[in-house]
Design a protein around this ligand. Structure first.
Ligand code: WQD
Length: 347
């Protein structure tokens, strides 16, 4: 029995596509809205291959408010998950206006769209970067926000404020913000995974592209942080765990148990790993050495951050089930599978 239509902005992207698979597996019908600026239309083929259903797709730039009118008013939308945003910390340092325009304009249009189409449930893709260089670790949802360490993190801080202000005059809209830590890894089928356009900003895709020989070596940004081995610490959460958490958040909203029309949750693994520990994990699961070099710190990076997962566990019933070795192994399997298919298709 179909449980409802869920509009998924950014649904052909990395986290969005993995979440669409979980939505289909749980009886929902995802409808993808994406401008394909950081994803590939073939993502829909892979979702269909894995989950047995091809989501309806609208190629829309969410910064163009009129473009959303392409979505028929007759189409019932029970909820909206808003993934679509640029999300590279260091890229936002280099091009702040691109980030402020894209991430904020698209959110404003999404909020207006929710009201125009009487959508009652919104899940917003936020980020641990709102915490900035947190003074207390692990960070909880009550940890005071520091000044964002990058324009990207600032767009997420501002977005959460925009949502809160909007909900004050639109109590009919229930919203949950999910503060992702570091999404990484790939679907266990190895048929779908992170596929950044151009040179990857994120650690795992750069690591796996190095592993398959696409990059000469991984540059480790900073070896002089105040951590066990000098490299920076992050909380890596498997993308399949993250996708499952979206279902938990959505079921919580529908349950009527929300005590107000807004809530927010950290989504992390609760464990912090240094960059060098991630490399060690890859070398363990692959049996291969990874060429890397420690270089200067990267602007916009914080030294260390990891999540308290207590609130999501207690209220959403969400417990991450995959660890760092699952992340590095699945990311590597996906990279090998993808490159093999590319070689096959061009041979
Ligand atoms: C991780 C660590 C780098 C690349 C991410 C997302 C962001 C947000 C927070 C969700 C850092 C180091 C990286 C490389 C390296 N999540 N690194 N060499 O910056 O923590 O941000 O998580 O919203 O959207 O992008 O992730 O993977 O870029 O970096 O040494 O080639 O790996 O310095 O310490 P980041 P990242």
């Amino acid at each position: 029995m179909m449980k409802g239509n869920i509009l998924v902005s950014g649904g052909s992207g990395y986290i969005g596509s993995h979440t669409c698979i979980e939505l289909i597996n749980s009886g929902y019908k995802p409808i993808i809205v994406d401008n394909l600026s950081n994803s590939d239309i073939q993502s829909l083929d892979r979702i269909e291959e894995i989950a047995g259903e091809r989501p309806e797709f609208f190629e829309i730039n969410l910064c163009d408010r009129e473009a959303l009118n392409q979505i028929p008013k007759s189409l019932r939308i029970d909820a909206l998950i808003h993934f679509a945003a640029f999300k590279s910390v260091n890229e936002s340092v280099a091009d702040p206006l691109m980030y402020y325009h894209n991430n904020l304009e698209s959110l404003v249009n999404i909020l207006r769209f929710c009201t125009e189409r009487n959508i009652e449930h919104l899940v917003f893709s936020s980020s641990c970067t709102v915490y900035g260089d947190a003074k207390e670790l692990p960070v909880t949802e009550e940890t005071p926000l520091q000044k964002a360490s990058s324009p990207y993190g600032n767009t997420k801080q501002i977005s959460e404020t925009i949502i809160l202000d909007y909900l004050k005059v639109h109590p009919e809209l229930n919203t949950i913000s999910l503060r992702y830590f570091n999404p990484a890894g790939a679907h266990p089928s190895a048929k779908i995974g992170e596929l950044p356009r151009g040179i990857p900003n994120n650690l795992l895709p750069y690591l796996t592209q190095t592993a398959v020989g696409l990059r000469d070596e991984l540059k480790v940004f900073g070896g002089d942080y105040n951590t066990k081995d000098g490299s920076a610490i992050r909380d890596y959460i498997h993308v399949s765990d993250l996708a499952e958490a979206h279902l938990k958040a959505f079921e919580f909203m529908k349950s009527g148990k929300m005590t107000s029309n807004y809530d927010l949750f950290n989504l992390g693994s609760g464990n912090g790993y240094t960059v060098l520990e991630v490399i060690k994990s890859y070398e363990k699961v692959s049996g291969e050495k990874l060429p890397y070099q420690i270089v200067d710190r990267r602007p916009g990076d914080v030294e260390k951050i990891w999540a308290s997962t207590e609130k999501a566990e207690k209220i959403l019933g969400f417990t991450p089930s995959r660890g760092i070795d699952d992340i590095t192994k699945s990311a590597w399997e996906w990279e090998k599978h993808y490159r093999k298919n590319i070689e096959k298709s061009i041979s």
